[in-house]
Design a protein around this ligand. Structure first.
Ligand code: SAM
Length: 261
């Protein structure tokens, strides 16, 4: 088995930064079925991410179904979970949590696993993404709602929340085709495309987020490269105070944490 994994890893070097890990995961998933394994290798050679071939991706403490209809859960997004845990240490409070752009549900469901008596609402404009989230929900106390945050009144019936998280689309449109093919071919464009300067989603969110937060509640936002300053300016203009900029594993500012004054 060891030799096979090394041979497959050598084949995958041109398409992967982690060929050995990929080879190991594909072999495990194929379970000694060589036809299946060959198909998996062919798919990986066409840049399909391992998670979408084997149908799941580990995030925080659980595995999540991942398909072409959702953004693949990213390790960098775990920074949002880590930040929420630092600001909300009381795990047995019945927090209301909102995830704007819930996708696979990896953020919302990871938080609900940490806060056993919390309840969550996840919104997304993509029905197909919500269907994936529904499969990932697995009994967690959440409501999944189709809503488009570019529309007026998208959030009027939702009430107020203790914790709001969002990893919105933030890639400038012209940069999408410059991303790795694993991303631009297999993640949904709606999960990536942040408009001309990448900031469209944030601008829309500023219109409603203040009223969605309870007094003193926190907003946890993922951001892209070079977006810390413009995004913090947008949300401060919307009445929130910036309390922290969290960096990712590459020391790049990746999350902004705001508080409602
Ligand atoms: C970057 S993905 C994040 C998914 C997931 N929260 C995560 O962190 O892996 C952004 C999500 O926002 C959704 N989305 C994009 N535009 C939207 C809009 N106008 N209204 C609601 N959801 C939207 C996409 O369908 C996608 O699922």
């Amino acid at each position: 088995m060891h030799d096979i994994i090394w041979k497959i890893a050598a084949q995958l070097i041109p398409v992967s930064d982690t060929p050995l890990l990929d080879a190991r995961l594909l072999c495990q998933a194929a379970q000694d079925d060589s036809d299946k394994l060959n198909t998996y290798i062919e798919r990986r050679l066409k840049h399909e991410p391992v998670s979408k071939i084997i149908g799941k991706r580990g995030f925080w403490k659980a595995d999540f179904l991942s398909t072409v209809d959702v953004l693949d859960p990213r390790p960098d997004s775990e920074i949002l979970i880590d930040a929420v845990l630092r600001f909300y240490p009381k795990h047995r409070n019945p927090y209301r949590i909102l995830d704007i752009g819930v996708g696979s549900g990896c953020l919302l469901f990871s938080l609900l696993d940490e806060y056993p008596i919390a309840t969550g609402i996840g919104i997304d404009k993509s029905i197909k993404a919500l269907q994936v989230a529904e499969k990932n929900q697995q009994g967690r106390s959440a409501t999944l709602i189709q809503a488009d945050f570019t529309q007026e009144n998208w959030s009027v019936d939702l009430g107020q929340f203790d914790i709001v998280v969002s990893n919105p689309p933030y890639i400038p449109s012209a940069d999408i085709d410059k991303l790795a093919p694993d991303v631009y071919l297999y993640d949904p464009r709606d999960a990536l495309d942040g408009g001309t300067d990448g900031l469209d989603a944030y601008r829309h969110l500023t219109k409603r987020v203040y009223s969605l937060l309870k007094p003193n509640a926190f907003l946890f936002l993922e951001i892209g490269i070079n977006q810390a300053e413009p995004v913090s300016a947008l949300f401060q203009a919307a009445g929130l105070s910036l309390v922290e900029t969290a960096v990712d594993f590459g020391a790049i500012p990746r999350a902004l944490i705001f508080r409602k004054k």
